[in-house]
Design a protein around this ligand. Structure first.
Ligand code: ATP
Ligand code: MG
Length: 443
């Protein structure tokens, strides 16, 4: 019987004490993408299975082995999305976004589901930050997409990431290349794994992406796609490199990168780190000029990337990257007696409506226990209200860091405390060391 207090294998909980870090990272992802003109899109967590079979490609590991597919009560075959691109392309076609100004630039943070062997950096439910740009074949946009990821890493202060790029050409130049690959792998047929034997006929490039140690050893000496590029694809690849250099983005050409998904063409890239173990690819992407057509639209050059949020955060934790501090309770109003607690409820509500982080007693604790709680949650200021304070109309505001106390009138308490906390946060702001949270970005 399932143990209901244990989460499903390969899934993670994000706990309240950690969530501010994740919120910071996700917020930064979307903000940076938006500065580059990428607007958020949200699509459903499940789609028709066929969308992924066509959109991801039925010779891929994802479709062949990793999808969470089930039949719903209406007898439809449904799949939990294993990646973000196919759903975005479906939505683009369904809503006629091709009628909007081109290119259409979209971004998302989304959960993904893959039935894989769980290990560090490999989960069954994980999250991706992704961007997609539909409607441009120009090499400058390949560099732009890569620069979104590069800028994000720089802004977050993530180091030691190697950008590796490759071009896998177009359908035309791949014909010759497939023949060369087939001939090469044919000669090693006895050693290939069962899955790769199946790929030999239909899509020999997939063998280059196989995770089995034997296949990847054989793949090392296979013919290189870069030796088979047609003139147009070669010119495109050269131009992408020119744009990257102009933007000051370091890269290495790695002719063995082919990416796991079927729909890629021309530029493919990965950001790889050696700081998070075997699952070192934090971000992978490239061009998918054939995908929109595959899903049923007109020919539309397009590209994008997917970045694993959990891998990114693992990398940040391992590198000791600084996160901004979690927001703390600014004021705790401790009370003695029901009358004072009702007064506190009104004050707290008014201050919260002004955007202040304020707490009061909602448990019915003694004043001593309330102050202990205020300390535990790191409240910056406290005030105690009892019958005598209600009578005199004067309360003592205590700064919990310095221990300093000051008297405030209950009649003007709300505007006074707002002014005090604003001037406190201005002081804090002056003390902030931006270099630690803004990585390499100069301000
Ligand atoms: P890998 O080679 O590690 O299996 P992939 O080629 O399957 O990666 P993509 O489909 O390109 O990965 O997904 C983009 C990114 O999503 C990856 O670079 C990685 O950061 C993240 N990712 C992919 N699969 C998982 C997973 N099972 N758990 C956590 N993150 C993942
Ligand atoms: Mg994979």
């Amino acid at each position: 019987m399932a143990l209901v207090t244990k989460s499903i294998k390969g899934t993670l909980d994000l706990l309240p004490n950690e969530s501010y870090k994740r919120q910071f990272v996700e917020h930064t992802c979307l903000e940076i993408a938006q500065n580059f003109g990428y607007k958020e899109i949200r699509t459903p967590v499940f789609e028709h299975t066929e969308l992924f079979q066509r959109g991801v490609g039925d010779t891929t590991d994802v479709v062949q082995k990793e999808m969470y597919t089930f039949e719903d009560k209406g007898g439809r075959s449904i799949t939990l999305r294993p990646e973000g691109t196919a759903g975005v392309v479906r939505s683009y076609l369904e809503h006629g976004l091709f009628n909007e100004p081109m290119p259409q630039k979209m971004c998302y943070i989304t959960s993904c589901y893959r039935y894989e062997k769980p290990q560090a950096g490999r989960l069954r439910e994980f999250h991706q930050f992704g961007i997609e740009c539909l409607g441009s074949a120009h090499p400058s946009v390949d560099a732009e997409v890569i620069s979104v990821a590069q800028n994000l890493f720089d802004f977050l202060g993530v180091k030691n990431l190697q950008l590796e790029i490759n071009s896998i050409g177009c359908k035309e130049c791949r014909k010759e290349y497939h023949k060369a690959l087939q001939a090469y792998f044919e000669s090693k047929k006895d050693e290939l794994c069962g899955t790769c034997l199946g790929r030999l006929e239909r899509n020999p490039m997939r063998i280059l992406d196989c995770k089995s140690p034997v296949c990847s050893a054989i793949a090392k000496d296979a013919p290189k796609v870069t030796d088979y590029l047609c003139d147009d694809c070669q010119a495109h690849f050269d131009s992408v490199q020119g744009y990257l250099k102009a933007m000051g983005i370091d890269f290495k050409v790695n002719p063995t990168i082919v990416r796991g998904l079927d729909y890629y063409s021309r530029t493919v890239f990965e950001f790889v780190s050696t700081d998070i173990g075997a699952q070192g690819t934090v971000c992978g992407g490239g061009r998918y000029d054939g995908l929109v057509e595959e899903v049923g639209g007109n020919h539309t050059p397009a590209l994008g990337f997917g970045m694993g949020i959990e891998r990114l955060m693992l990398l940040m934790e391992n590198q000791g990257t600084a996160f901004p501090e979690e927001s703390k309770c600014e004021l705790y109003i401790a009370t003695m007696g029901e009358k004072a607690n009702i007064q506190a409820a009104a004050m707290v509500n008014a201050l919260r409506r002004e955007g202040m982080f304020v707490e009061f007693d909602v448990v019915g604790r003694s004043v001593k226990a309330q102050m202990k709680y205020a300390n535990k949650i790191g409240a910056k200021f406290t005030v105690v209200i009892g019958d005598s304070e209600l009578e005199s109309g004067i309360v003592k505001l205590k700064n919990m860091d310095s221990g300093e106390e000051q008297e405030l009138s209950l009649a003007t308490f709300e505007s006074d405390i707002l002014n005090i906390t604003i001037s406190e946060s201005l002081k804090e702001f002056d003390k902030l060391d931006f270099s630690s949270i803004m990585g390499n970005i100069e301000i």
